[in-house]
Design a binder for this molecule. Sequence first.
Ligand SMILES: NC(=O)c1ccc[n+]([C@@H]2O[C@H](COP(=O)([O-])OP(=O)(O)OC[C@H]3O[C@@H](n4cnc5c(N)ncnc54)[C@H](O)[C@@H]3O)[C@@H](O)[C@H]2O)c1
Length: 259
Amino acid sequence: MAIVTGGAGGIGAAATARFVSEGAHVVVADIDEARAKEVADRHGDKAFACAFDAADNESVRALMDGTAARFGRIDVLYNNLAQLSEVAVTQDTTVVDTPFEVWNDLMAINAGSYFAACKFAIPHMLANGGGAIINTATGCALAGDVRRTSYGASKAAVVALTKYVATQYGKQGIRCNTIAPGLILTETLKRASPELLNLMSRHILTPRLGQPEDIAALAAFLASDESGYINGELIACDGGLLAHLPQTAEIEDLMNAQS
Ligand SMILES: NC(=O)c1ccc[n+]([C@@H]2O[C@H](COP(=O)([O-])OP(=O)(O)OC[C@H]3O[C@@H](n4cnc5c(N)ncnc54)[C@H](O)[C@@H]3O)[C@@H](O)[C@H]2O)c1
């Protein structure tokens, strides 16, 4: 039994489909109950929608306890949700200008809810001999940017949380790893300006941008026994965005101009 939080979103829906195709039963957990149901319904009796609010610890507890009570076990927890509301994206700017409320909200939902999910899921996993936890960061957690300070800091906390879970429960059969997605073309990002997408393409080493299925494939691997010897790791899935020096695209332009 796998739980995908933010399961109604772009990457969450793709992960649900991939997990089901690998034989798992999936709880599609999201604050958007209607969309969670829509995603779950695509998979008949293999997926179940569950409404919950990551901002409320008791709601996170109910998700974990309810899943374990109904299905007898939790094998996989994929912490995938994030606070990506309009306010969170537009008001999360520089250190000086970001309001405390925005910082607190992003830390609570992006980092705090992952802590709560681990805290309430791990006892159920231990009761069945272990499990796999996958947390979601972003490239913005690994390098600075001119805005979205709270988003980057909250996701960096997730990277550390992963290592603490792996360290504390690894010997008891729990593996915990982080995925750091790069630009992934969800329905939302497909609507981003062509200028932004072109700019990103310049800095990505693959000839195409990322798809939700790219992240779903990595999540399925990290959930499976195939990754049984990987624990506490962060794996970027970003087409090589962070694999090169920041000025590489400009150096390439310079060389092309000189040749
Ligand atoms: N798409 C990208 O380019 C990209 C890049 C880097 C990292 N990520 C990360 O990948 C993950 C998935 O992103 P996505 O692009 O699929 O986003 P998305 O907006 O499509 O999905 C996010 C889901 O989280 C749910 N959610 C938000 N707040 C919630 C709450 N309080 N309680 C329960 N559910 C809540 C939303 O309803 C939504 O369904 C996020 O953690 C995001 O930070 C995405």
